[in-house]
Ligand binder design. Structure first.
Ligand SMILES: Nc1ncnc2c1ncn2[C@@H]1O[C@H](COP(=O)(O)OP(=O)(O)OP(=O)(O)O)[C@@H](O)[C@H]1O
Ligand SMILES: [Mg+2]
Length: 251
C-alpha cells in the first residue's frame, strides 16, 4: 500500500523542501520506492537533487501528456515530479473550473494515476495557501510539519492545524497530522528550547526529535546532493536518518 505524505507549513523557509529531499532519499536508501512531487512554483525540489526534466506538475495537472511522462528518476528508487513557475498556469486553469469540488477531484485523479508501484508519495507544499495546495490536502493522508524555532513558524503551524481540523470536519477523507518536526534547532539558544517546550506542551507524542542547525544541510543543495551523499556522518544526516526511521515505523 502506498502512503501519501504532505510536508506542509504556511510559513516560508521552515525546511519543507530539505525534509522532502532527505526523507525521500532516506526512505529510498532503506529500500522503499518513493515518488516526490513538487507543489511549489519555486521549483526547488528538482534543483536540490540536480534533476532536469521536460515535463512538470503543470503537464500532469492539465493532462498535457501521459501522466507517467511527468516522472523523472533522481536516484535509485527515488523519482520526482518537478515543478517550475508554469505551475501558476495550472493554478489559473483550476480556478476556471468554477467549482472547488471539481478542482479537488481532478487533482486527486491525476495524482492517483501516478502512485501505482510506489511505497511513498511525498508532496512538497508551497508556503502560500492556494487552490492547488487545498486540492493536494484532499489527496494527502499524513501531514508532516517542519517548524523552525521561532514564533512566526509556530503561528504557521497553528494555521496548518486549523486547516486540517476544518478539512477533517468537512470530508470523509483520511487526513491526519502525523508529525511535527522541529528544524534549525540550536540547544544553546533559549528561544529554541522555549519553542520546543511550547510544541511539546501542545503536541505531546507527535513531536519528532529536532533536526539541528547544521551547515552541511545548507550546503548540500549547492552540490545537488542529499545529505547522505554530501555529508553522511554530519549531524544533519544523523538527524534526518532518525526521522526516516520514525516515519518508516509510523505507518
Ligand atoms: N537544519 C538546517 N540547518 C541549516 N540550514 C538548513 C537546515 N535545514 C534547511 N536549511 C537551509 O535553509 C534554507 C531553507 O530551507 P528549505 O528550502 O528546505 O525551506 P522551505 O520550507 O522549503 O522554504 P520555502 O517555504 O521557500 O519552500 C535552505 O537554504 C536550506 O538548505
Ligand atoms: Mg520549499
Amino acid at each position: 500500500m502506498c502512503r501519501i505524505i504532505g510536508v506542509l507549513n504556511y510559513k516560508g523557509g521552515t525546511a519543507k523542501t530539505t525534509t522532502v529531499v532527505n526523507l525521500g532519499a532516506g526512505l529510498a536508501l532503506r529500500g522503499a520506492r518513493v515518488l516526490c512531487v513538487d507543489m511549489d512554483a519555486q521549483g526547488s525540489l528538482a534543483t536540490y537533487l540536480g534533476v532536469c526534466a521536460p515535463y512538470s506538475t503543470k503537464h500532469l495537472l492539465l493532462k498535457m501528456v501521459e501522466p507517467r511522462q511527468c516522472i523523472v528518476n533522481a536516484r535509485e528508487r527515488l523519482d520526482l515530479v518537478p515543478s517550475d513557475a508554469s505551475l501558476l498556469e495550472a493554478e489559473g486553469e483550476f480556478w476556471k473550473m468554477g467549482n472547488r469540488a471539481t478542482a479537488y477531484q481532478m487533482f486527486v485523479e491525476r495524482l492517483q494515476s501516478l502512485q501505482d508501484g510506489y511505497d511513498f508519495v511525498i508532496l512538497d507544499y508551497s508556503p502560500s495557501a492556494n487552490l492547488l495546495g487545498e486540492s493536494a490536502l484532499r489527496y494527502t493522508e499524513e501531514v508532516i510539519v517542519p517548524v523552525a524555532m521561532n514564533y512566526l513558524a509556530l503561528v504557521g503551524t497553528r494555521q496548518v492545524v486549523q486547516t486540517l481540523k476544518s478539512i477533517g470536519r468537512m470530508q470523509e477523507h483520511r487526513l491526519r497530522l502525523s508529525l511535527i518536526v522541529p528544524t534549525f534547532y540550536d540547544h544553546r539558544l533559549r528561544k529554541d528550547t522555549e519553542t520546543l517546550e511550547t510544541l511539546q506542551r501542545h503536541f505531546a507524542g507527535q513531536i519528532a526529535e529536532p533536526i539541528r542547525m547544521n551547515v552541511k544541510l545548507a550546503e548540500a543543495p549547492g552540490h545537488q546532493k542529499s545529505i547522505y551523499e554530501y555529508a553522511p556522518t554530519s549531524a544533519g544526516a544523523l538527524d534526518y536518518a532518525r526521522l526516516v526511521e520514525r516515519v518508516a515505523n509510523n505507518g
